[in-house]
Structure formats: structure tokens, C-alpha cells
Design a protein around this ligand. Structure first.
Ligand code: NAD
Ligand code: ZN
Length: 260
């Protein structure tokens, strides 16, 4: 066994002890948990026609005002990618964890529905969802599914459908850069992070605020935090641990070591 494997096993074994004891677990996830389902993270280079665009410039109200058809086409493409994807071993293990004696709350930054499709029942979406668009002008959520069209090809511009009430353009119901988080979801996430005894932070760069406050809130209130990420996590504090591996690889191992 090489050094990396030994380190990984030791990390998993220590984490399994914490998971075995934990009564209230928060699973905090980012784009990395869906990477093994084939949904690219923002730090992965985009392929194909979308490689010309930077997600951070498409995900703003300003981009929508300037070229709504470009932004709507981008979301239809992302929805299509999510619809084609399946939950992976990490999503499934988290759902199984939720069926055990522990209280398990998933707080996700993701706009996909892979936690729900894996079977998790308590999922807080901090950044909204690809499934619920709203009017850019009056914020009304459409009452029918006529907005839900297939896209002809990747990288195409598509005129957004219009709001039934004010004829404004429909926009995706997700949180764009510079926008506030949905306040109910945010308050519940903070309260849950405060009351948990273990937080698993999986596949998140920790660069997107205020979401990145969630693991800190758990730490401040005495919980342990375990990061699962193939990229190194630096500057670990007391009660903070890092497992250097992918979500799909580590989560089933962690659960089986903890006897879940
Ligand atoms: P990020 O793109 O900033 O970072 C992804 C992290 O995942 C990185 O730290 C990377 O090292 C790690 N990672 C990559 N592959 C992994 C794997 N197989 N297992 C575990 N970790 C892996 O993502 P973020 O921190 O979530 O922030 C970016 C924002 O973009 C968020 O709001 C996020 O919701 C959104 N986003 C969502 C999706 C989605 O819904 N699936 C996809 C892309 C971006
Ligand atoms: Zn409207």
C-alpha cells in the first residue's frame, strides 16, 4: 500500500468514528459531488461551444438584461445535462444515511436535483433550483410547464418564454452572483449548522459566500467538520479533518467503516 492510500485509509477511519457517534449530521455539498455524475463544476474547463463563456459572467442579472436569450439557452443546456445525469454513489450513500437513527439534513449549493433523485428527503437548496423559473420583472413562478422545452443544440440562444401575469421574461429560479440567498433556506441552513454535531463538507471549493459560512458556523458551535475533496484543503482548524479523495470513492467507504 502506498503512502497516499495509507493516509486516505487513516483519514477515513478517523472520520468513521465521528460519523458512528454523530446524532445530527449536516451534509453540505457543492458542485464536486455531482462531478462523478457527469455534471461539470465551475472550476472544470467547459467543453464544446460553451467553452467560450465564463459561467461567472453568464450568471448575473446584468448578463440577462444584455442577452436574455444567451442566458436562457445556457440554462436549458444545463437542465438537459442534469436530466441526463444519474445520482452517483455519494448521493446514494447520503440518502441511505438519512434512513438510519441519525437526523440528517442536506444543505446543497447545487441547483441540480440529484440528492432528491437519490432519495434524500430533507434537502435545503441555498442557491435555488433549475426546476423552478420565475419572472425577471415580477418574480411570479409560472403555473404550467410550457417553459420547459428541449434545446436543439449546445450553445444555442433561446428566447425566454413570457410571464403569464406581466409578460416579463422568465429567468431561472437560481441565485445569481451578487444576489441574496432565499431567506427561509438560509435561516434554516444556519440553524441546522448550529445544532449539528458533525458536518460533512463534500465537493465544495469554499469560495462562494455566504454559503461558505455554513461549515464555519458548525465549527463555531462545537461540531466537527470533515471535508471530502480530491483537492487539498488547507489551514484546518481544531475539530476539522480532510479526506483527499472523490465523493463517489470516499462516501461509500466512510459509511461502511461507520457501520451504516
Ligand atoms: P466549485 O466549482 O467552486 O468547486 C467544486 C469543488 O469540487 C472543488 O473544490 C473541486 O476540487 C471539488 N471536486 C471536483 N471533483 C470532485 C469529486 N469527484 N468529489 C469531490 N469533490 C470534487 O463548486 P462550489 O463550491 O459548489 O461553488 C460554485 C457554485 O456553482 C455553487 O453555487 C454551485 O452550486 C454552482 N454549480 C452547481 C452545479 C450543480 O448544480 N451540479 C454545477 C456547477 C456549479
Ligand atoms: Zn411577471
Amino acid at each position: 500500500m502506498n503512502e497516499t492510500n495509507t493516509e486516505l485509509r487513516e483519514g477515513l477511519a478517523a472520520a468513521a468514528v465521528l460519523l458512528g457517534k454523530a446524532r445530527h449530521v449536516v451534509v453540505f455539498t457543492g458542485a464536486g459531488i455531482s462531478a462523478e455524475s457527469g455534471i461539470p463544476t465551475f472550476r472544470d474547463p467547459l467543453t464544446g461551444l460553451w467553452a467560450r463563456y465564463d459561467p461567472e459572467t453568464l450568471e448575473t442579472p446584468r448578463a440577462f438584461r444584455e442577452d436574455a436569450a444567451l442566458v436562457w439557452g445556457w440554462y436549458l443546456w444545463r437542465r438537459m445535462k442534469v436530466a441526463q445525469a444519474l445520482p452517483n454513489a455519494a448521493h446514494k450513500t447520503i440518502a441511505t444515511l438519512g434512513t438510519t437513527q441519525r437526523e440528517v439534513t442536506v444543505i446543497t449549493q447545487n441547483i441540480d436535483d440529484l440528492h432528491e433523485r437519490a432519495g434524500s428527503s430533507d434537502v435545503i437548496h441555498l442557491h435555488g433550483s433549475l426546476d423552478i423559473p420565475k419572472c425577471f420583472a415580477c418574480h411570479r413562478i409560472p403555473t404550467d410547464e410550457s417553459w420547459n422545452t428541449d434545446i436543439a443544440a449546445e450553445g444555442v440562444r433561446v428566447e425566454p418564454p413570457r410571464c403569464e401575469r406581466c409578460k416579463g421574461k422568465l429567468r431561472p429560479g437560481i441565485v445569481w452572483f451578487g444576489e441574496d440567498l432565499p431567506s427561509r433556506a438560509w435561516k434554516r441552513a444556519l440553524a441546522t449548522a448550529k445544532s449539528c454535531d458533525l458536518l460533512l463538507s463534500i465537493g465544495t471549493s469554499g469560495l462562494v459566500y455566504p454559503a461558505a459560512e455554513i461549515p464555519r458556523e458548525a465549527l463555531r458551535n462545537g461540531a466537527s467538520v470533515i471535508h471530502i475533496n480530491p483537492a487539498p484543503v488547507t489551514q484546518l482548524g481544531v475539530n476539522e479533518y480532510a479526506i483527499a479523495g472523490t465523493a463517489g470513492q470516499c462516501m461509500p467507504l466512510l459509511a461502511s467503516l461507520a457501520g451504516v
